[in-house]
Design a protein. Structure first.
Lengths: 353, 398
């Protein structure tokens, strides 16, 4: 069975994650409830004429995928697989508002077209003229992991040698206001946020796009091998530890083999308890990392986490700003990522040197 | 030749019936489900025709025994109804007994509730619960919850090919041994959002849709949900399960031509069919019936027809028909309902009529089957294409 290697990465996020080494300019701003993207210079990648019509998510997806391809030193791929929770939500908002405000009259199709969830994957395919397999997953917090799992299966099954896989989400003003109303976003009265030790509900929100070139062959640009990805819709807090042990055991690993654990703490005390449970018990002696204080929460924030974990394995360095405890290891060979959102859509991703 | 992944259960709700049996009877008795829209208030009501499920949201809530504080979108309700039928049909009593997954598909998700309440959320606290049902994944999560399914749940959204891709992924998950059993399919309810979206693209017909007809004017939108249960051969043997048919081939490709239009020569469609034949090990000539995508838009039928001619070259294109004159184009659910129709074609040895066809297209000599035809059906090919150039082909076998 073929192995799956991460051979190139590209990340656009609420931190400067392009034209930098590795989060050296990152800022933990705990006085905001919604973080916004640090935009790259789009015109370096997309013609200004095309860029004007493009949704934020499409632009970020195109740039992040271009960075990943360049990083992997490949021109094209056999397949493109993306994950997104809400797609180009700004265009959905715009089209819906136009329908409601103008009583279904005077509408133009552009925002309707971009609101389709697979727009990012389709636009990348169009730009690359990639006629291969092209899937888009939209299942909340496992949207990106679904794409990653699919890509790994494609490579294992010998259906593709190289695949572009990514997770993209954007914030939309009205949608964020609805999320605030529904209590999903942390109330401003609970600022400054202490993501790791939060006692209030609601998360710090964000947006971003991260892409990876996965290939069956190891080469000089290789970051890490994707060992396994698992998705589980529902788990009780009491089941987490056993679930992880079983996942590790199917990969012939145990807790002590994990050199770093990446957790999706987002400041929502109600569901961060899933992370707390394992961070305080089974993995108490393992270096633990967190990232949503930098990236914000969004359905595909876990793609930012994979970007970070892949960089750690390649550079063997962990930026101080993402350390959740003070434990260190002489080498970072195997990293486990665990994510969930509001106690649903759990994912476990295992990568190694 | 691999024998394909076993289908052991099916469930469906559409404008031509609330069960597999009702859908089948409509198909063989020419009972169409296209009419004026009733459940959604739209200024286009007197212009467009739709394939609407003949149940109000209140009736769906009652049928599912949902509490008053539920936040189900219409899509989630019809999805749950179809998925429950499929699980029952497959004789599954203990859903988590094997490694069981749910791969769903949707394009609108809970948009019907979002568009209904969008500006009212701030004034009416009792509506806030519907904010969470907007996103595409909510439909699958509601269905999983209703089925008490705890394992792998995900959703594919590649516009109008979505459910073909969920069936494809499900088959691959079984083949690779990642899951033992998977419920696959899709659901899409009608929404003002999609009605107006397709309206702005000027591809809605004001009449009954006429696939592959020279004077076709566009599509009728529809709503539906369908799910199929796929199981590993180990379970089939162990539990002595009845196999309804098998998923023997699948292929996905991108047209990489235009965000909403298909290329003139149907590159994506051709590649998807070619891959499906490779996976199945079948030759094009072994296909007995093609359930075409056939949306009746000028662009789709021309592109799909050309792709078929490229696949068949000098050979005769088998009997083909689009079932969209019955149901309308049900978007992300289309490939799932057409998968159910393909399995029924295999079980009953029938080719469904392509209704409303009158005149052959001037670009080529392709004539769909226009009357119900009885003949032995071993293999059915089903196409589904979507925005973003997403092209998918499935092959079902006896």
């Amino acid at each position: 069975m073929n192995k799956t290697y991460i051979n190139g990465v590209g990340c656009i996020s609420t931190q400067k994650t392009f034209d930098t080494v590795f989060l050296e300019e990152a800022i933990y701003d705990n006085n905001k409830t919604v973080l916004t993207i640090i935009p790259p210079v789009y015109k370096d990648y997309i013609s200004p004429a095309a860029s004007r019509r493009m949704a934020k998510g499409v632009k970020n997806g195109i740039v992040a995928s271009a960075l990943a391809l360049r990083d992997a030193k490949v021109e094209n791929v056999d397949a493109i697989i993306t994950g997104t929770g809400l797609g180009c939500i700004e265009d959905s908002e715009k089209f819906l508002k136009n329908i409601l405000d103008n009583n279904e009259e005077f509408l133009t199709p552009t925002s309707f077209i971009q609101s389709t969830h697979n727009t990012v994957g389709a636009q990348i395919a169009l730009n690359l003229q990639c006629k291969g397999y092209n899937f888009t997953y939209v299942n909340g917090a496992v949207s990106f992991e679904s794409a990653l799992l699919d890509a790994k299966m494609q490579i294992e099954e010998n259906d593709a040698n190289s695949i572009l896989v990514g997770g993209i989400d954007e914030t939309g003003d009205y949608t964020i206001s609805l999320f605030k109303l529904a209590g999903r976003v942390k109330d401003e009265s609970n600022l400054p946020a202490d993501i790791l030790n939060s006692t209030s509900s609601g998360a710090i929100y964000g947006e971003g796009g991260a892409f990876f070139v996965l290939e069956k062959d190891k080469k000089e640009t290789t970051y890490a091998e994707v060992l396994d990805v698992a998705i589980k819709n529902t788990l009780d807090i009491s089941e987490i530890e056993d679930e992880i042990a079983a996942f590790l055991s199917t990969n012939n690993l145990q807790v002590s083999d994990i050199d770093a654990l990446v957790l999706g703490f987002n400041g929502n005390a109600d569901s961060d308890i899933y992370y707390k449970t394992i961070s305080e018990k089974a993995f108490a002696a393992t270096p633990q990392l967190y990232y949503k204080h930098l990236s914000g929460e969004y359905d595909t924030a876990s793609a930012f986490a994979l970007w970070m974990a892949a960089k750690i394995i390649k550079t063997q360095e962990i930026p101080e700003i993402v350390k959740a405890n003070s434990i260190e290891k002489p080498a970072y060979k195997t990293i486990l990522l665990y994510n969930q959102l509001n106690g649903k859509n759990h994912s476990f991703t295992l990568i190694s040197k | 030749m691999a024998k394909g992944v076993a289908i052991t259960g099916m469930g469906i709700i559409s404008s031509i019936g609330n069960s597999v049996e009702e859908n089948y009877i409509s198909l063989i008795e020419n009972k169409i489900g296209i009419s004026r829209i009733k459940n959604i208030s739209t200024i286009h009501a007197d212009v467009i025709k739709v394939g609407e499920i003949d149940k109000t949201n209140e009736e769906l809530v009652a049928e599912l025994n949902l509490n008053d504080d539920n936040n189900f979108s219409r899509t989630a309700m019809i999805g749950t109804i179809a998925a429950k039928q499929a699980v029952e049909n497959a004789g599954i009593t203990s859903i988590n007994e094997f490694r069981t997954g749910l791969i769903s598909a949707t394009s609108v998700g809970g948009m019907d509730m979002t568009e209904k309440h969008y500006y009212d959320y701030f004034k009416h606290p009792e509506l806030v619960k519907y904010i969470a049902c907007h996103d595409g994944g909510d439909v699958a999560e509601k269905i999983a919850d209703q089925l008490s399914l705890k394992g792998m749940v995900t959703t594919i959204s590649t516009a109008c090919s979505s459910a073909a891709n969920s069936i494809m992924l499900g088959a691959r998950l079984i083949k690779t041994g990642k899951l033992d059993r998977v419920i696959v399919g899709g659901a899409d309810g009608l929404a003002k959002f999609t009605i107006n979206g397709f309206k702005t693209l000027m591809i809605l017909s004001d009449d009954f849709n006429k696939p592959f007809d020279n004077e076709r004017k566009g599509l009728n939108l529809g709503e539906a949900a369908a799910y199929l249960v796929l199981e590993s051969d180990e379970i089939v043997e162990k539990q002595n399960k009845k196999v309804l048919a098998r998923v023997s081939g699948y292929g996905n490709a991108n047209d990489a031509f235009h965000q909403t239009a298909s290329s003139e020569n149907g590159d994506g469609a051709y590649l998807a069919m070619k891959k499906a034949f490779e996976v199945s090990g079948l030759k094009p000539s072994q296909i007995d019936y093609i359930n075409v995508h056939g949306t009746a838009t000028p662009n789709n039928d021309l592109s799909e027809g050309r792709a078929l001619l490229r696949i068949y070259q000098d050979e005769k294109v088998p009997d083909f028909s689009s079932t969209k004159p019955f149901t309308g184009h049900t978007l992300a659910a289309a490939a799932a309902i057409e998968a159910v129709y393909s399995v029924l074609a295999i079980q009953n040895n029938v080719v469904y009529p392509n209704l409303n066809f009158e005149n052959q297209m001037e670009e080529f000599e392709l004539q769909p089957q226009t009357a119900l035809k009885n003949k032995n059906i071993e293999h059915v090919l089903s196409n589904s294409f979507g925005f973003g150039g997403n092209c998918s082909t499935l092959i079902f076998s006896k």
